[in-house]
Write a protein that binds this ligand. Structure first.
Ligand code: MRU
Length: 353
């Protein structure tokens, strides 16, 4: 595999946030830069930065921007401004728990009573956002290392949406497992679902795999079961936006039918995610809020209307795969199998620093 320079999905540079505008890929590799948390919130809403761990990092950096922007000289004033920003940022995308998790972690830093000076608290918030970014890089590496042994030399692996470096601070979750297996010397053939309606598979996953010189075949989402029926798919690996306390998994719309097809064809269905994607507060997937996006994302393609005018469309951005269809969940602390209540959730701990 070609050595790759770091893919800086999102970065903190001297009080500003710089991110790759993923809506422009693969045709244009451009960046957006801002010191305004409201603009960053819009970037999250518009999917310029996307993928559960990456929007967690973006949310944390947004809080740090709000703290720097606030002209409050005392702690209550700073806290008021930061909480307002937290509400604004947190309302952008509801399904990926990483966003709420990162914002909560930033607010816990704000609530720490030890520094009494507002400027010191601002510094601490910036440090915490940078720590969340660095930690996410490390989590991806661990997920890759933990999952690589599940893949064998010559495997055909099917993935959905984009759970690569672009969806995290760096390296990825589902794609991290593939990258790590390839780095170990295995040959892996990847089938990338195009991922309607916003084509994260066609635009982003295919691009990341090509950049690394990994064999990738793009398929329509509806071709996945046929690829399995032909015996081309040995494993399915996807990322996750939230994993409920029983192991039910929310991920990009179209993941659930993949898991059903995988069961029918005896193909193991794996989920890869960091601990920040686990949500033990929810008993099962039915409690996971599912984002519904504009119908225009379905009725149009590349800005061009494809459906007759007046036609209604339903556009859930995520679905829930029941835990019973998941062969294993690969995390930064290991590989877990059902029952997830006792295997995975007994182990929800932050990695050691
Ligand atoms: O709507 P998106 O592009 O943010 O959806 C992303 C996904 O569904 C990913 O599979 C998930 O966030 C895991 S990313 C490591």
């Amino acid at each position: 595999m070609r050595p790759k320079p770091r893919l800086a999905t999102i970065e903190w540079i001297d009080g500003r946030v710089r991110l790759i505008d993923q809506t422009k890929l693969p045709h244009e590799f451009t960046h957006k830069e801002t010191n305004d948390y409201r603009e960053l919130a819009e970037s999250i809403r518009r999917l310029e930065v996307r993928g559960a761990p990456a929007i967690g990092v973006a949310g944390a950096m947004g809080i740090a921007l709000a703290a720097l922007e606030s002209d409050a000289s005392d702690l209550p004033g700073l806290e008021r401004d930061v909480r307002e920003a937290a509400h604004h940022l947190g309302s952008t995308r509801p399904t990926a728990v990483n966003l709420a998790w990162a914002i909560e972690r930033m607010l816990a830093t704000l609530a720490d009573p030890s520094p009494t000076d507002a400027d010191r608290v601002r510094d601490r918030l910036v440090e915490e956002a940078r720590a969340i970014f660095e930690e996410d890089r490390e989590l991806s590496r661990r997920i890759g290392a933990n999952g690589a042994s599940l893949l064998s030399d010559g495997d055909g692996v099917l993935t959905h949406c984009n759970a690569g470096g672009l969806a995290t601070a760096e390296y990825g979750t589902a794609l991290a497992v593939i990258f790590a297996a390839v780095e170990e010397g295995k040959t892996i053939r990847v089938f990338a679902d195009e991922t309607r309606p916003l084509l994260q598979g066609a635009r982003l996953t295919a691009w990341e795999l090509r950049e690394r010189g990994i064999d990738v075949t793009l398929i329509c989402d509806s071709a996945a079961a046929s690829a399995m029926a032909r015996g081309w798919v040995d494993k399915v690996i996807v990322g996750a936006d939230r994993i409920a306390g029983n192991g039910d998994v929310a991920n990009k719309i179209g993941t659930y039918p993949l898991a059903l097809a995988a069961r029918e064809h005896g193909v193991p269905f794996y989920v890869a995610a960091p601990y920040s994607t686990l949500d033990p507060s929810l008993p099962n997937g039915a409690a996971i809020p599912i984002e519904e996006r504009s119908p225009e994302e379905v009725t149009s393609l590349g800005g061009q209307r494809i459906a007759p005018s007046g036609v209604r469309a339903w556009n859930p951005a995520f679905d829930v795969t029941p835990a019973g269809l998941v062969a294993a969940i690969i995390t930064d602390v290991g590989v877990f199998r059902a029952p997830y209540e006792t295997s995975l959730f007994a182990k929800k701990t932050a990695p050691e620093a």
